[in-house]
Each structure stands twice: as structure tokens, then as C-alpha cells.
Design a binder for this molecule. Structure first.
Ligand SMILES: [Fe+2]
Ligand SMILES: [Fe+2]
Length: 411
């Protein structure tokens, strides 16, 4: 999973992060004339923790869990076993899963995640608020990738008997996510901090989702992760001066992993038509799209300095990623929000303003203002469900005829 800036796995729900004092050192403008921040000629703060809490020397305490932070997931594994049992589920198309398995066995990125000596030096040159934001970005991303690793690994273990092909795919996806998380954790160590992933495995709380919701959420997180990585990669390719740290050079192949993971979830969803063919699935599909898009939009707008640093306009970047993810998602979800209706982003922008007010009111201890702003946010979030959605998906239905004919279901 991705996300993931927590580049992929789309991370939970709404929360807060403080924007610290602007001690940003400007550097020369990039090719677009935009000033980038936070880089100084020589490093000096390599042994500081930048105010982050540490468990022990060099090991960062995981950030508090909020509605917006990446989560660890668990599910009903017995139900999962039934869903992938050919005995219980006649819709399983093993040809498609066999093809997926061959792709994963090819292991295209086996030698992709190899570091070089430019990493440490680049990290040493990142300073001040930008350095802090980089650490937060790496931590969120690492946690999100590791969350995918844990879930896929367990699914690989639990489905071995029922469906060895699907089980092996999950295990190979957990291989990919372990690589991604490990690469990010190694990057954190360039900033003299790292995460104790073993400790987190045992001590972080796990959010329970029924299998159906795991499918919606992971499909979206993989696809949105793909669009985030590839957009950042392409932007930096055009403006290489903005690449403060070499991790972004790896995003092109990295995002192909996320794309393959998403395609596998698409095949999984097709094998479970009961999750895509009624009014409840329409609602849930939209609910998950909205949760993921809103969460990303609010999260990223609290970290605009990070995106500006790598040469992105946070708003444009987010809108592009949401539109592309939604276009991809409508090939499989039975309903998606109409994000290309101009009102959609108007509402999201209002949420950003209100979220800023909630954070400000929290800092000032103004409970009334905070409560009022949260109330206004809730009204806007609810209003998304009253916007005309798009009826989408791979399935087409013929309504049951008056003579009592059968419902036809086809790809
Ligand atoms: Fe993934
Ligand atoms: Fe990943």
C-alpha cells in the first residue's frame, strides 16, 4: 500500500500538524523562478533531533495517531478465506490471478532500491523547517508502507490453504512494501532518526475493517499512491534543481509497484461482484473515495512548505492527483464522486480554511470557535453526498424485467 507525503496509503482522517516558525533559509530560485527553501550551503545540525521525541538515541518515537495519520489495519481473516475459496465463490477468475502472480514473480524492482552516497550528503544540506518537514514526510510514508506490509503479509499467510495463488500474490506484495518501508526508514537515518518498526508492530493500535472495506480502501490507497509518486517524479524531472534529496529519483519504478498492487485489488474486486452491484456498494464506494480525497487534501494543505520545496503547487498537485485517481477508480468502483464538478474543489478549499481555523482555535484554547468550525466542516462533508455522483464501474446491469426476468451481469 501507498501512500501514500504519506505518498500513498491514504491516511486515515482529519487531523493536525503545526506549522512551525518560518526559519527558512531561501536559496536561489529554481528554473521557474520560484524560490526554494531550507537549503544551506553546509550542514551543521546532523546530530539534532529537531524537537522530535526519541525512544532512544537515533530512534524516533512514532508520532501520535490522529484521524489523519496512517493506520495499521486488520480484518476478518475467516471471511477473507471464504471470499477466496473456489468452493464458496464461483466468480473467482483464476486466469486473471495467475497472470497477476506471474507479474509479481518477475520482481521488476528487485535491484531498484539500491542507495548511493548522495543520500546522506543531501540530507545534511537540508536545514531548518524543511528538515523537520522532510522527517515528517518520511515517517508518514514509512508508516504507510509498513502498514501495507503487515496487512499483506498476514493475508499471504492466512490464505495459503484456501487459495495459494492469491496468497502468494499477497506475500509478494508484502515483499514490495517491506522494500519501500525499509528504503524510507533508511532515508530517515540520513536525518539521524529512524523508526523502530518491530516496536510499532507490537504497540500500535490496529483499525479493524471488514474485507469489503479493506478492498475499497487499499485499492484507492494504491492508486492514489501511484498518481502521487508519478506526479512528483515527472515534476522533478522537469525541474531537477528542486530535487533536494535523491529519493524522488526512485519514484518512477516505485510507483509501478503501487500500480500493480492496485491492479491486483481491481481483480480482487471483480471476483466479488457482491461488493459492486447494489446501492449500498455505491454509497460505500463514494464514502471511501471522499474519505481518501478529503484526507489527502487537508493533510497536504498543512504541509505546503514541503510541496513548495520540491516545486509543486499543493493545490494543483492535489487536484491533479484526485482527478486522475478518480478517473482510474471509475473503471472498477460502482460509483464515484464527480470531482470534475467545479463545486467539488470549492468545497474542499472551504474545508482547508475551516481546518486551519480549527487548528488555530486549538492553539488559542478557543473551544467555541473550534467547535463551530468543526460543525461547519461536518456540514460541508455531508454535502458531498448530496452532489450528483457518477454511476461507474465495470459492471452493467439490466434491470429485472416486469416479467420477472433475470438480472444480467456482465463485464
Ligand atoms: Fe502498494
Ligand atoms: Fe508501497
Amino acid at each position: 500500500m501507498n501512500g501514500k507525503l504519506s505518498m500513498r496509503r491514504v491516511n486515515g482522517t482529519l487531523g493536525a500538524m503545526r506549522a512551525g516558525p518560518a526559519t527558512l533559509a531561501k536559496r536561489a530560485s529554481g528554473p521557474g523562478g520560484r524560490a526554494a527553501f531550507g537549503v544551506r550551503a553546509q550542514a551543521s545540525n546532523t546530530d539534532e533531533t529537531m524537537g522530535f521525541k526519541t525512544m532512544r538515541k537515533g530512534v524516533k518515537e512514532a508520532s501520535d495517531e490522529t484521524l489523519l495519520t496512517p493506520r495499521f489495519y486488520t480484518t476478518d481473516f475467516d471471511e477473507m478465506e471464504q471470499l477466496f475459496s473456489k468452493e464458496f465463490n464461483p466468480n473467482i477468475n483464476m486466469d486473471e490471478f495467475d497472470a497477476c502472480l506471474n507479474e509479481f514473480r518477475n520482481d521488476y524492482n528487485r535491484i531498484h532500491f539500491v542507495r548511493n552516497d548522495t543520500f546522506k550528503k543531501a540530507a545534511e544540506n537540508i536545514d531548518g523547517e524543511t528538515r523537520k518537514i522532510f522527517v515528517e514526510f518520511l515517517e508518514r510514508s514509512c508508516t504507510a508502507e509498513f502498514s501495507g506490509f503487515l496487512l499483506y503479509k498476514e493475508l499471504g499467510r492466512r490464505l495459503k490453504k484456501t487459495n495459494p495463488v492469491v496468497a502468494e500474490i499477497f506475500s509478494l506484495m508484502s515483499r514490495d512494501e517491506a522494500r519501500h518501508a525499509g528504503f524510507l526508514n533508511k532515508a530517515l537515518s540520513d536525518f539521524n532518526l529512524s523508526l523502530d518498526l518491530g516496536f510499532m508492530t507490537k504497540n500500535r493500535s490496529y483499525t479493524f475493517f471488514k474485507p469489503k472495506f479493506i478492498f475499497y480502501a487499499t485499492y484507492l490507497s494504491e492508486k492514489i499512491g501511484y498518481w502521487r509518486y508519478i506526479t512528483i517524479y515527472r515534476t522533478l524531472q522537469q525541474n531537477p534543481d528542486n530535487q533536494l534529496y535523491p529519493i524522488f529519483e526512485y519514484f518512477e519504478n516505485w510507483c509501478q509497484d503501487e500500480n500493480r498492487h492496485g491492479d491486483f485489488f481491481s481483480a480482487l474486486l471483480k471476483s466479488q461482484p457482491q461488493f459492486l452491484n447494489d446501492w449500498q456498494s455505491d454509497l460505500w464506494c463514494r464514502f471511501f473515495c471522499l474519505s481518501v480525497y478529503i484526507t489527502m487534501y487537508l493533510n497536504d494543505h498543512q504541509r505546503t512548505v514541503f510541496y513548495e520545496t520540491v516545486g509543486l503547487n499543493t493545490r494543483e498537485f492535489n487536484q491533479h492527483v484526485i482527478i486522475e485517481t478518480n478517473r482510474t477508480t471509475q473503471r472498477i468502483f460502482s460509483s464515484v464522486p464527480d470531482v470534475e464538478n467545479p463545486k467539488f474543489f470549492e468545497k474542499l478549499d472551504k474545508l482547508v480554511d475551516l481546518n486551519a481555523k480549527v487548528i488555530e482555535a486549538g492553539k488559542q484554547g478557543n473551544a467555541v470557535e473550534k467547535f463551530l468550525s468543526i460543525g461547519k466542516m461536518a456540514v460541508i462533508i455531508l454535502s458531498f453526498f448530496f452532489m450528483k455522483p457518477l454511476k461507474t464501474g465495470s459492471y452493467t446491469f439490466e434491470e429485472e424485467s416486469e416479467e420477472g426476468g433475470e438480472v444480467a451481469l456482465q463485464y
